[in-house]
Design a protein around this ligand. Structure first.
Ligand code: SF4
Length: 467
């Protein structure tokens, strides 16, 4: 039977096929955990007197509540400190491996696992976190689950699920210079909308996708959830194998050869069909930036803030009006004329070593604009931080006037000390620009690291081409 990549991975993990519309039972190869969505699951197991089925297939890190500076000092935020100490206690009690703050392998849950080679093609990977879709960049079927499902996976290493629908997004042709993975995914979401992938696993295909590095592929799959998709996937290829080879958890010797032979089978069959298909011409893409309060409200950086008066659909018009009101923007304003206060480079979308290199390549030899209040550069993982320091990128950032921080979610969400204040405007390489996402009343423009870095130099939204 011909199948898509997602259907192949699903079939390889089927424990029981549900009859008459009942869900299937799927084996889960790896569950990632962090401090926010795990406490209730641990407590559920404790109350039921159960133990995890496979502690070796569970692994935890600390990321959302961690401070990104003064990490050697007591955490002044009592709620965050409690979240972190609860995770540490739970992991000790249940025998779950944890990479805590200060550990060389600590980092955002979607960054530390690929670093370690834990994320591999053909796996089923879950986490109580929606951006688990990131791991689909390796050809894994990876998706976020709810707290009760986290408990179910801990107890049984399986999950009861109805098959997802399939969707192909083809990005054909070569990318223009200066267009990055973040621009591709912002353009895709602007085109299909924040509900465009609902209920589907999106498989990203085409020449432009194949040309991307693993870090860039993770950026694309990371934001699948922002289009409403359950997961995003990219078929593994030589780029994937080269990234994985030699990582601590990657297979070695004969097992490596066997693994690669299997991984090479993980692609959509030529005559398989998808439930939905969208095609984008890479040559039409440009650096993108959001102007609204969801990731689909974005435009090429050369565009103006849209005028809701020109939108025929009443619901859409109201949504744009309300977004512009929250963002404090007037229709017709050139995006490039919008001044920002804060620049945030980091998150599980764009805090990897290649993102840091990209930002440093723009910032080198410059200083942040006087009007910019602060520039935070926050690696997604401690490994990325160590690598950046080895390459001297930390010095580039500090000379630029940026703050060089420890790894964590930081200003991606207002759950740790890195927050916007009401009315403060940021350009951010993270994935969500919802109202209050980076702090109550904060205004967020999403962009790539290149655009964020150029904006930090000029003070208004800019791309490196404007320098
Ligand atoms: S960086 Fe942001 S999106 Fe990613 S895991 Fe942390 S809070 Fe979630």
């Amino acid at each position: 039977m011909v199948s898509t990549l997602a259907q192949k991975v699903w079939a390889d993990h089927l424990v029981y096929q549900g009859k008459d519309g009942a869900p299937d039972l799927l084996y889960i190869d790896l569950m990632l955990m962090h401090e926010v969505t795990s406490p209730q699951a641990f407590e559920g197991l404790r109350l039921a007197g159960r133990k995890p089925r496979h502690t070796d297939l569970l692994i935890a890190t600390e990321d959302h509540n961690t401070p990104t500076f003064n990490i050697d000092k007591p955490n002044p935020d009592k709620v965050s400190a409690k979240q972190l100490s609860t995770l540490e206690r739970n992991c000790r009690e249940f025998g779950v491996r944890l990479h805590p703050l200060g550990d060389a392998d600590q980092g955002i849950v979607h960054a530390f696992a690929p670093n370690l080679g834990l994320t591999q093609p053909g796996m089923t990977i879950v986490c109580g976190d929606s951006h688990t879709s990131t791991h689909g960049a390796f050809g894994a079927l990876a998706f976020g689950i709810g707290t009760s499902e986290v408990e179910h996976v801990m107890a049984t290493q399986t999950l009861s699920l109805k098959p997802f629908k399939t969707m192909a997004v083809n990005v054909d042709g070569k990318l223009p210079r200066g267009v990055t993975a973040k621009d591709i995914i912002l353009a895709i979401i602007a085109k299909i909308g924040i509900g465009g992938g609902q209920g589907h696993v999106i498989e990203y295909r085409g020449e432009a996708i194949r040309s991307l590095s693993m870090d860039a592929r993770m950026t694309i799959c990371n934001m699948s959830i922002e289009a409403g998709a359950r997961a995003g996937m990219i078929a593994p290829d030589q780029t994937t194998f080269d990234y994985l080879k030699g990582r601590p958890h990657a297979p070695t010797g004969e097992m490596w050869e066997k693994a690669v032979a299997y991984w090479k089978t993980l692609k959509t069959d030529d005559d398989a069909t998808f439930d939905k298909e969208v095609t984008i011409n890479a040559a039409d893409l440009a650096p993108y930036v959001t102007w609204g309060t969801n990731p689909g409200q974005g435009s090429p950086i050369t565009a103006d803030v849209p005028d809701p008066a020109g939108i025929a659909d009443a619901e859409q018009r109201r949504s744009v009006e309300s977004a512009l009101d929250y963002m404090g923007l007037k229709p017709g304003t050139p995006l490039k004329s919008i001044p920002v206060d804060t620049v945030f480079i980091g998150s599980c979308t764009n805090g990897r070593i290649e993102d840091l290199r990209a930002a440093a390549s723009v910032m080198k030899g410059h200083h942040k604009a006087k009007s910019i209040h602060r520039v935070l550069v926050v690696p997604a993982s401690s490994r990325a931080r160590l690598q950046a320091e080895k390459e001297g990128l930390d010095k580039v950032f500090k000379d630029f006037g940026a703050e060089w921080r420890n790894a964590g979610c930081s200003m991606c969400l207002g759950m740790n000390p890195d927050k916007l204040v009401p009315g403060e405007r940021s350009i951010s390489t993270s994935n969500r620009n919802f109202e209050g996402r980076q702090g109550k009343g904060g205004r967020t423009h999403l962009s790539s690291p290149l655009v964020a870095a150029a904006t930090a130099i000029r003070g208004t939204i800019s791309s490196p081409a404007d320098l």
